[in-house]
Design a protein around this ligand. Structure first.
Ligand code: ATP
Ligand code: MG
Length: 287
């Protein structure tokens, strides 16, 4: 039997492509040039890469042309294809929001009743309107949705927002966030056992990379009598490493801290008597 490969679909170029390639790189997979502009070869993993428009990825994965794909959760929900969401990947974060002309007075969701709403996410909007029992007219357009109210095509828009700059420059204001989105890894729901094993290996690497991103390695010096208190603040993966310093009565302590409560931990460590605190990024983390 020939060696199995997984086929991964990623966005050819756009807001997902750098994040997708960076994640693969950190997983030890280099994306090289392939035989044509829609295919790339991967080094470091039995992987074949398809370079596609993100809109097409759900269909390709559902049909099994690609086994797995990386794309925004917003597209997964919009396309409603039969695919399995394997994990959140933590990049290309954005939100889908309702925005109105700056001078409109939003009175809550019922404001949208009977209105014309322009969007490039008609399926998600339709679900939202149905859930909220709102009867509104959906104008599906594929690009530059933000200009629709200005040219009299719509009363409101439902679109992706990240910084809000595009809304502002079109005289719009965000009035309600309907969903949050980020890049996700999806798979065909009927992978062979061999392909599933490869996918498990790949997700194991992704987990190690994502965990590492959320944590920092911390080194500090402390007087020996203060160690117990300090250890309680940074328990680390198992327990911290303690090394004696050349200066008597002092030790160096190494551990791991989560980025979420990082600054608070640092403040507490200083208060507990830690000195010379160094914080360094972690590249991979396997528990
Ligand atoms: P394609 O040509 O592949 O169809 P596109 O124009 O549809 O590309 P992009 O603008 O590159 O798509 O966005 C791809 C995905 O990135 C979106 O579906 C969304 O998940 C995410 N995204 C979109 N806008 C932003 C943003 N401003 N910040 C972060 N992520 C975003
Ligand atoms: Mg697209």
């Amino acid at each position: 039997m020939s060696a199995q490969k997984l086929t991964l679909a990623i966005q050819k170029s756009g807001r997902l492509s750098d994040g997708s390639k960076d994640l693969l790189k950190l997983c030890g997979i280099k994306v090289g040039n392939g035989s044509n502009q829609f295919k790339a070869v991967a080094e470091g993993f039995p992987l074949e890469i398809l370079l596609l428009r993100d809109d097409d990825i759900p269909q390709y994965v559902a049909d099994g042309v690609a086994d797995i794909g990386i794309l925004g959760m917003n597209e997964v929900l919009e396309k409603k294809k039969e695919v399995k969401v394997i994990r959140n990947l933590g990049f290309s974060r954005c939100r889908l929001s309702v925005a109105l002309p700056r001078n409109a007075e939003y009175t809550g969701r019922s404001y949208l009743q009977g209105k014309r709403i322009a969007t490039s996410y008609p399926a998600i909007l339709e679900d939202f309107l149905a859930e909220n029992k709102i009867d509104a007219e959906i104008h599906a357009i594929s690009g530059s949705v933000e200009i629709a109210p200005g040219i009299g095509l719509a009363d409101a828009i439902f679109e992706i927002v990240s910084s809000g700059g595009t809304l502002l420059s079109n005289g719009l204001k965000e009035v309600e966030v309907i969903m949050q989105s980020e890049a996700v890894l999806i798979s065909n729901p009927h992978l062979s056992a061999e392909k599933q094993a490869l996918l498990d290996k790949l997700t194991f690497r992704m987990e190690a990379v994502q965990k590492a991103r959320r944590n920092k390695y911390i080194l500090l010096n402390a007087p020996e009598e203060k160690l117990d208190k300090i250890i309680a603040l940074i328990p680390g993966m198992k327990s911290p490493t303690i090394l004696p310093l050349a200066q008597k009565g002092w030790a160096s302590l190494h551990s791991v801290v989560s980025e979420d409560d990082f600054w608070e931990v640092i403040d507490n460590l200083k208060e507990a008597g830690a000195e010379g605190i160094l914080v360094v990024p972690i590249e991979k983390m396997v528990l």
